[in-house]
Design a protein around this ligand. Structure first.
Ligand SMILES: [Zn+2]
Length: 271
């Protein structure tokens, strides 16, 4: 499943190339999670101003309105001057003067939604409850610590909920909690200030490294067969249940939290 780093790497892969392009045509495949919410031909003639990201949404700013793009469970975007004919899993295509932006999404949980403005009801429905952006300056330690103090759920679930900080999916939450030495089941409001500060730094660190690593993955694949490549950090705990901790040799444990697998080291993450 594409996580924040994949979405950010995708954004960086075409933002410069598409800026200033004019829309020539829009074509749709099978229905995605939400309808486009405008007639495709209404977008023709508009230009692409820029591409931003909020959480796992790409925000394509047009000369009028926005396209909000989500990759769902299995989506990937490609932008190129010359693409082969659309395949059975290509469900959205924005043909522009600079090239074609195409969404491939076999499971169709992704979506491309048009909104007039970012304060329209649909934009607020999709983006309104998103927490701080972990890789931006708006992610502040003080706000993060205050947010933890107000939440009594286990810290791992607070991270996954995305209302305090976005983009910390299951892998990144497990890894960040390991780096910070925090037990995933600890209630968020009980974390000390030093622990909150370590967690804050660890979240930035794991996500920044994933983006960095993803940049090279993406470069690799675009030179070969053009298939999307999702990437993972070399995990310290995630997926390593029953194996020795890379730091202390204690056996890594697995538990279920809110339907999700959590991995942790009982020695390195005491509380
Ligand atoms: Zn350990």
């Amino acid at each position: 499943m594409p996580e924040l780093p994949e979405v950010e790497v995708t954004r960086r892969s075409f933002v410069d190339a598409i800026e200033g392009a004019q829309v020539l045509a829009v074509s749709l495949g099978k229905p995605l999670r939400w309808p486009l919410a405008c007639l495709p031909q209404e977008l023709v003639g508009r230009s692409v101003k820029t591409v931003d990201r909020r959480g796992k949404y790409l925000l394509i700013a047009l000369s009028q309105g926005w396209l909000l793009v989500h990759l769902g469970m299995s989506g990937s975007l490609r932008f190129a001057a010359d693409l082969p004919a659309p395949g059975v899993h290509d469900h959205f295509e924005l043909v522009t003067t600079r090239g074609c932006l195409r969404l491939n999404d076999p499971r169709r949980f992704g979506a491309v939604v048009y909104v007039e403005s970012l304060s329209s009801p649909m934009a607020i429905k999709l983006l309104g409850r998103l927490g701080m952006e972990p890789l931006s300056e708006t992610f502040e330690l003080g706000l993060f610590t205050q947010g933890l103090k107000r939440r009594k759920m286990p810290i791992k679930q607070v991270l996954l909920a995305g209302e305090l900080v976005v983009g910390v999916g299951n892998i990144y939450a497990s890894e960040a909690l390991f780096l910070a030495g925090i037990r995933p089941t600890s209630p968020a409001h009980t974390l000390s200030r030093p622990k909150a500060a370590r967690l804050y730094a660890a979240i930035r660190d794991v996500l920044a490294r994933a983006v960095e690593q993803g940049g090279s993955t993406l470069r690799d694949f675009s030179s070969s067969d053009g298939k999307p490549g999702y990437f993972q950090l070399e995990a310290m705990v995630y997926g390593r249940a029953g194996l020795p901790c890379k730091r202390c040799d204690t056996v890594i444990k697995l538990l279920r939290q809110g339907q999700r697998s959590t991995f942790y080291c009982p020695t390195c993450q005491k509380a």
